[in-house]
Design a protein around this ligand. Structure first.
Ligand code: ZN
Length: 107
């Protein structure tokens, strides 16, 4: 079971208190985008075996959305951070690098 910490209210709880919202840091495309860009935005998602960045909502708490960096194989959580970011924070990236020296962020 995942144990997550909501960065908005500071509560640490089991995943059942939260709701998963899919991949984090998606580049959004709207009107005027090409069909390929729009397809990427709507349908294509990363499904890595290892480090993954996800959106979560504190459903049974403050209701805020936030991001979580975790390992999809071991369920190890590297940290959580505010949803109002376009990319993982330097703190999160260094926590990942510390525990997964071979990992690199693919864009
Ligand atoms: Zn919360």
């Amino acid at each position: 079971m995942l144990i997550l910490t909501c960065p908005a209210c500071g509560v640490t709880a089991e995943e059942t208190e939260f709701h998963a919202g899919g991949e984090a840091h998606l580049k959004r495309h709207g009107p005027g985008s090409s069909d390929d860009e729009f397809e990427q935005y709507l349908f294509m998602r990363a499904n890595p075996k290892g480090v993954h960045f996800e959106r979560w909502r504190h459903n049974n708490g403050c209701g805020k959305w936030f991001h979580v960096a975790r390992d999809t194989v071991t369920l190890e959580v590297f940290g959580s951070y505010a949803a109002q970011t376009y990319e993982p924070t330097a703190e999160i990236l260094s926590a990942i690098k510390e525990r997964r020296p071979d990992w690199s962020q693919a864009d």
